[in-house]
Design a protein around this ligand. Structure first.
Ligand code: NAP
Length: 310
């Protein structure tokens, strides 16, 4: 019997995902009927992007799970019509992308690359950067992405600190956890990377008070979510010299409005939410594995805890 899988993402995503999904289902001999449209009462699984027009899950009476294409679930986790399990995306391609993006921006600040790349006066500036082993990087959020980023930064030689909700032991990382551990984590963060989910508990986690815990001249890199940062506090800290720079990939409103002061701020680099796109070829395999698990009664991978919001 066929397994009916609805692809409920923006129509322009179909052409990039369809071949990878069909190939991944074939690899596992899954008898899937995949379509962008099917009668709701016949759907077994919903592959989903939160900006899809599908917002009312009530008619999908026999569906067994929603398989999110994104790592972040803040736009769907509170949907009151969603009563079935929700799996978020943990995709090896996305993880590699995030690791490369963060490493690149950490290296820019660590080496002081702007002195040489942006040097309009053609000044001979003999600035010797410290070694990575002399630089402390702190990652807030030590999940799938934060821990992969930490692993990469450790191989370069950085002293890496990480902060999570629950206590964690990660080889080579000095870990901190819970509310009590946040100040300790921030105090060492010469370069701070935000890789937390957007939940009620993490909103504005970087605010005037917590920025105050950072070392003078720290850099902030945010590929997590826009609401993690109090934008006004960030701008004030950049203006008064507490912070030396910020690279922001995510914003409260996206695309970032043209008039937003981040665009023109000399210490802010804006990137257009490109740190880690889901990669169809690797993500399709994760989806196929989850459907196979669903069909064989095995627990789904990457299930979202609806109470904690991630
Ligand atoms: P994840 O595996 O769920 O990890 C989340 C981490 O945050 C965990 O370590 C968790 O702690 C920690 N955390 C959550 N709430 C916390 C709290 N209140 N206090 C302290 N720590 C808390 O998520 P992920 O896959 O690494 O992804 C992280 C985020 O990256 C996503 O939610 C998404 O917003 C963002 N993202 C952005 C892009 C982009 O292109 N810019 C792409 C993909 C993802 P525990 O380990 O104790 O649970």
């Amino acid at each position: 019997m066929s397994i009916n899988v609805l692809f409920a993402a923006r129509p322009d995503r179909w052409s990039s995902y369809e071949p990878s999904l069909r190939a991944a289902f074939a690899e596992r001999d899954l008898p899937v009927t995949l379509s962008q449209e099917m009668p709701p009462e016949t759907v077994d699984y919903i592959i989903y992007a939160p900006n899809s027009p599908l917002q009312d899950f009530t008619p999908y009476a026999r569906a067994k799970a929603v398989l999110n294409l994104w790592a972040g679930v803040e736009q769907i986790v509170g949907n009151p019509t969603l009563k079935i399990p929700l799996a978020r995306m943990v995709d090896p391609g996305m993880t590699q992308s995030m690791t490369e993006w963060v490493t690149g921006h950490v290296m820019r600040y660590h080496l002081g690359m702007d002195r040489h790349i942006v040097n309009p006066g053609h000044v001979w500036q003999a600035h010797t950067p410290p070694l990575a082993s002399e630089r402390r990087v702190c990652i807030l959020g030590m999940g799938a992405l934060g821990s992969a980023v930490a692993e990469k930064l450790i191989t370069i030689g950085f002293e890496v600190h990480g902060w999570s909700r629950r206590k964690k032991d990660i080889a080579g990382v000095t870990t901190h956890h819970g509310e009590a551990g946040l100040e300790q984590a921030l105090r060492v963060a010469q370069i701070l990377v935000l890789l937390l989910p957007d939940t009620p508990a993490t909103e504005d986690i970087l605010n005037a008070r917590t920025i105050g815990h950072l070392p003078q001249g720290a850099f902030v890199i945010n590929p997590g979510r826009g609401p993690l940062i109090d934008d006004t506090a960030l701008m004030a800290a950049l203006d008064n010299g507490k912070l030396a720079g910020a690279t922001l990939d995510v914003f409260r409103v996206e695309p970032l409005p043209e008039a937003h002061p981040f665009w023109a701020h000399p210490k802010v680099t804006v990137t257009p939410h490109i740190a880690a796109e889901t990669r169809p070829s690797t993500a399709a395999r994760v989806i196929a594995e989850n459907i196979q698990r669903g069909e064989t009664g095995a627990p789904l991978l990457n299930l979202v805890d609806r109470d904690s919001g991630y």
